[in-house]
Every structure is written in structure tokens, then in C-alpha cells.
Design a protein around this ligand. Structure first.
Ligand SMILES: NC(=O)c1ccc[n+]([C@@H]2O[C@H](COP(=O)([O-])OP(=O)(O)OC[C@H]3O[C@@H](n4cnc5c(N)ncnc54)[C@H](OP(=O)(O)O)[C@@H]3O)[C@@H](O)[C@H]2O)c1
Length: 334
């Protein structure tokens, strides 16, 4: 078990940061420390963070993916709910980008950055973000619940919106317990899809069924019929199954590759079966607003694995690295 390093500044804010990156031992670069109060650039707002959710992106950052060594130390974290300078409860959108530069979709801005990449992230008592990145928090969601939505849940929401599936169609979700998978299972059911789940673990499959999955299969198992769309966040371990599970003309939506890049990609199957492959990253501010409203209106609550105080973040990172998680891990700040 590796321990986080600690140091303190005279007057600062508690933060969890990447001090260095290490592909084989990512947690060795994790530091809990006091950092100086952030400056607030013009047009940006200061947020007092009350809850911040952990994502696999934070582990990738510690492995050096998307985080250059000359940008260290960098405060980690993409998801947050808190209070703005006027005392308004807010949810933070993690995509720092210009919609005009992305032809109306800020995620397509070539200069887009996600919180914790070029700008400090949400695992800190105080956070600064552009004013447009703050959305009102619905009363129906508490801080811990709202903090789960801006990354994994937003991505699952966009994956479903871009799946080409219509209500009543069947969606296969690869993986049962990941942040994206649990979000996809709950949201797909609420959107009127038939939801099938493929998992590597029977107990996790039972938990997926409790979330509302209509059927659960072993990883790689032949399905009773082909599905209209597959949502894949797992990568190498599931890609072949995803391509075999989707009907001719159906869609495989991919947002991540936790188990690595698939090889081979199987181009012959993709063109012969006319499979649409759609890549998704995060979602727009408008989509996050839609997701918040949808969850509030339909009484949808994110699946939460555990809640920890921010200074115990290492415990959450270790669980995520071990794959010992079902739903979101959330850090709180009193
Ligand atoms: N593009 C984006 O904007 C975006 C947004 C969010 C996440 N992501 C990416 O999507 C991926 C999923 O993220 P997540 O938050 O849902 O959490 P995660 O902890 O990476 O879990 C994802 C799923 O992968 C399965 N899994 C994990 N390790 C595996 C392995 N070695 N072999 C086979 N299956 C494995 C698990 O399935 P079981 O439950 O069946 O065990 C789990 O449900 C990550 O790589 C993340 O970086 C991308």
C-alpha cells in the first residue's frame, strides 16, 4: 500500500494532486497537500467545493496520460458540486472550451481541455472555472449526488443520445459496475430502452439487475439476439464481443478502454455488417443541463459506491485501481 506525501503551506486550501506520473505505480505520485489560494482570472468564478467525484481519468493522469510533466504538480478531479461566491449551489461542467471553435459543440473545440489537464481540478476546497462552466444545482439532488454527474454520467448520457437507438430498442452495456456502466444502465432504462448487461462477475451482474437491467450475461457470452446498440467503455476485453453482439447496421458507442486498446479492430466485420462506430467524450454544457433536469424530474439518483472525506482520497484511488468499485466514489469537504 503506498502512502501519499504531505506538506503544508502557511495559509492554503486542502487539495489532492499529481506530483509526478508513473505508468506502473500511479498512486506513488498522489499527494494530499495544502495549496495556495487560487487566483480568479477575469470571467472566471471561485467555487467552494463541497463534493467531488473520482473518475478513471484521475488514474490515467497519474499514469501520465494527458498530463505533461511540465504541468506538475496539478490538482486532480473533474467532477464537483459546491457553492459559488454568491452562495448559489452549483454543479461544475468540466470541459473548458469554446462552443464556437467546436462548431457549436465545445467538446469539438481543438483547444478544449478537461479540468485537471491544463487547469487545476476539483479535488480542492476552492476551485476556479470560467463562469459558463457553472450550472445551478437542482434542489432534488444533494451535493454528493450532483457531483457524480459531470463526467461518467454525462458521458453515458451522450453515448445513449448518439447510439441511434429508439425507445424499445435493445442496448448492451459492457461492464456492470463502472461509473459509465452504472450510469448507462440506469439512464437507458429511464429512457425506455431494453437494457442488457455483460459482466465478468456474477455478483456484479446481480447488482446490475437490481439497478434495472432486463438481462445479464457473462462477458463474451453469445446473446439470444443481436442488439441495436452497444455501449463499450472497457476496450480490449469486450471489443470483439461488442462487434459480434450488434445487429447489421447497428451502432457501437465507445468512450474508453480501461482494459487497453483492442487488437485487432476487425475492420472486415465493421464494413461487412455496416456497423457504425461512434466515439464519445464527455458532453456539452447544454447536455449536462439536460441530464441534471432529467435526473431531477425522473427521481434518478447516481449509483454511489462510497463517500470519503477528501483527505482520505488515497483510499478511493486504491479501490478504483483495484477495480473494487460499483458506482461512483465521492470525496466530501465539510
Ligand atoms: N471519453 C470520456 O469522456 C470518458 C468519460 C468517463 C469515462 N471514460 C473512460 O471510460 C472507462 C470506464 O470508466 P468508468 O468510470 O466507468 O470506470 P472503470 O473503473 O474503468 O470501469 C469500467 C468497467 O470496465 C470493466 N473492467 C475494468 N477493468 C477491466 C479489465 N481489466 N478487464 C475487463 N473488464 C474490466 C468493469 O466491468 P465489470 O463491472 O463487469 O467488472 C467496469 O464495469 C475508463 O477508461 C474511463 O477513462 C471516458
Amino acid at each position: 500500500m503506498c502512502r501519499p506525501l504531505c506538506w503544508t503551506y502557511a495559509s492554503g486550501v486542502l487539495a489532492v494532486l499529481a506530483a509526478r506520473t508513473d505508468d506502473t505505480n500511479p498512486l506513488s505520485g498522489l499527494v494530499v497537500a495544502d495549496r495556495p489560494e487560487p487566483d480568479v482570472p477575469e470571467g472566471w468564478r471561485l467555487v467552494r467545493v463541497k463534493a467531488a467525484a473520482l473518475n478513471h481519468h484521475d488514474l490515467w493522469s497519474l499514469r501520465g496520460v494527458g498530463l505533461r510533466s511540465d504541468e506538475l504538480p496539478r490538482i486532480l478531479g473533474m467532477d464537483a458540486a459546491g457553492v459559488d461566491e454568491d452562495g448559489n449551489p452549483v454543479v461544475v461542467h468540466a470541459v473548458i472550451a469554446d462552443p464556437d471553435a467546436g462548431r457549436g459543440d465545445e467538446v469539438n473545440d481543438p483547444r478544449r481541455s478537461l479540468l485537471s489537464e491544463r487547469y487545476d481540478g476539483t479535488f480542492a476546497e476552492h476551485l476556479v472555472v470560467p463562469a459558463r462552466n457553472l450550472l445551478p444545482k437542482p434542489d432534488a439532488l444533494d451535493d454528493v449526488e450532483a457531483a457524480c454527474l459531470p463526467t461518467a454520467w454525462l458521458t453515458a448520457y451522450r453515448m445513449l443520445l448518439r447510439s441511434g437507438a429508439r425507445p424499445g430498442d435493445t442496448i448492451l452495456v459492457q461492464g456492470a459496475g463502472g461509473g459509465v456502466s452504472t450510469a448507462a444502465i440506469v439512464l437507458a432504462g429511464a429512457m425506455g430502452f431494453r437494457v442488457w448487461v455483460a459482466t465478468r462477475d456474477a455478483e456484479r451482474g446481480r447488482r446490475a439487475a437490481n439497478l434495472g437491467a432486463d438481462a445479464v450475461f457473462d462477458r463474451g457470452e453469445r446473446l439470444p439476439e443481436r442488439v441495436d446498440a452497444v455501449l463499450d467503455s472497457v476496450g480490449a476485453a469486450t471489443w470483439g464481443h461488442s462487434l459480434r453482439a450488434v445487429r447489421p447496421g447497428g451502432t457501437v458507442v465507445v468512450c474508453g478502454a480501461t482494459s487497453g486498446d483492442p487488437s485487432p479492430v476487425e475492420l472486415n466485420r465493421i464494413f461487412y455488417q455496416q456497423i457504425r462506430i461512434v466515439g464519445v467524450t464527455m458532453g456539452s454544457r447544454d447536455e449536462l443541463a439536460g441530464l441534471l433536469a432529467f435526473c431531477a424530474a425522473r427521481n434518478i439518483r447516481p449509483v454511489i459506491d462510497r463517500v470519503l472525506p477528501l483527505h482520505q482520497a488515497i483510499e478511493g484511488f486504491a479501490a478504483l485501481e483495484a477495480g473494487d468499485v460499483f458506482g461512483k466514489i465521492v470525496f466530501t469537504i465539510p
